[in-house]
Design a protein around this ligand. Structure first.
Ligand code: DX5
Ligand code: ZN
Length: 220
């Protein structure tokens, strides 16, 4: 059975009780913790720096999945690796030297991810597919939680899964993932489901996680 993991995105969590929010999703069976790093330049929002990851590392044993939505990601690989990131994903659109940055992530002993915005074609990453452990396809334009899933992402997932033949990278979907689409995305071959508002904007995190897990199981 191919991997199907749920990675709650803390972007939609209550930051005044972030530790409790993480404990709640951990107890509800979260597989990874997704950390959205935004610089106010590559995307129109600001979030976390390495110091936050350092503190998350102290309170959680789950893999920390750091999604860098920043310009000049070269400057941030080492700080996030040192802070305790397990996975580091950079955007293909964020650097003219993608091959170099992906190698930097590997050298920093983190798992290597590359991401594409909804409007960016898969051709942007074809040459680096042998260098990555994960490809993250955005289902929304990055910057904010709670946006509507862009339907053309389905076709992109299908094409990416075909391109994967003979390789073992994971396919991650981020943005607009909910019980409405998670099953279909799994059927198409996606492995990691990043979920923000569909978990943290509900009253009961455990119930939200259960519903997502059920939708995954139903599609098996
Ligand atoms: C968007 C972020 C996502 C976001 C997903 O830029 O990369 O991780 O938190 O949130 P939802 O699930 O609410 O779309
Ligand atoms: Zn993200």
């Amino acid at each position: 059975m191919p991997t199907a993991l749920i990675a709650p995105s803390i972007l939609s969590a209550n930051f005044s009780i972030l530790g409790e929010e993480i404990k709640a999703v951990e107890a509800a069976g979260a597989d990874w913790i997704h950390v959205d790093v935004m610089d106010g330049h590559f995307v129109p929002n600001l979030t976390f720096g390495p110091i936050v990851v350092e503190h998350l590392r102290l309170i959680s044993k789950l893999p920390l999945d750091c999604h860098l939505m920043v310009s000049n990601p070269e400057a941030w690989i080492q700080p996030f690796a040192q802070a305790g990131a397990d996975w580091i994903t950079v955007h293909a659109e964020s650097t003219p030297h993608l091959d170099r940055v992906l190698n930097q992530i590997r050298e920093a002993k983190c798992q290597v991810g590359v991401s594409l915005n909804p409007a960016t074609p898969l051709a942007m990453i074809e040459e680096v597919l042998d260098l990555v452990d994960l490809v993250l396809l955005m289902g929304v334009n990055p910057g904010f939680g709670g946006q509507k899933f862009i339907e053309s992402t389905f076709g992109k997932v299908e094409r990416l899964v075909k391109l994967r033949a003979g390789r073992s990278f994971l396919v991650s979907i981020d943005g607009g993932v909910s019980t409405q689409n998670i099953g279909q995305l799994q059927k198409m071959g996606a492995n990691i489901f990043v979920v923000g508002s569909a978990i943290f904007s509900t009253q009961d995190r455990r119930k939200a996680m259960e519903k997502l897990r059920c939708s995954l199981n139903e599609s098996e």
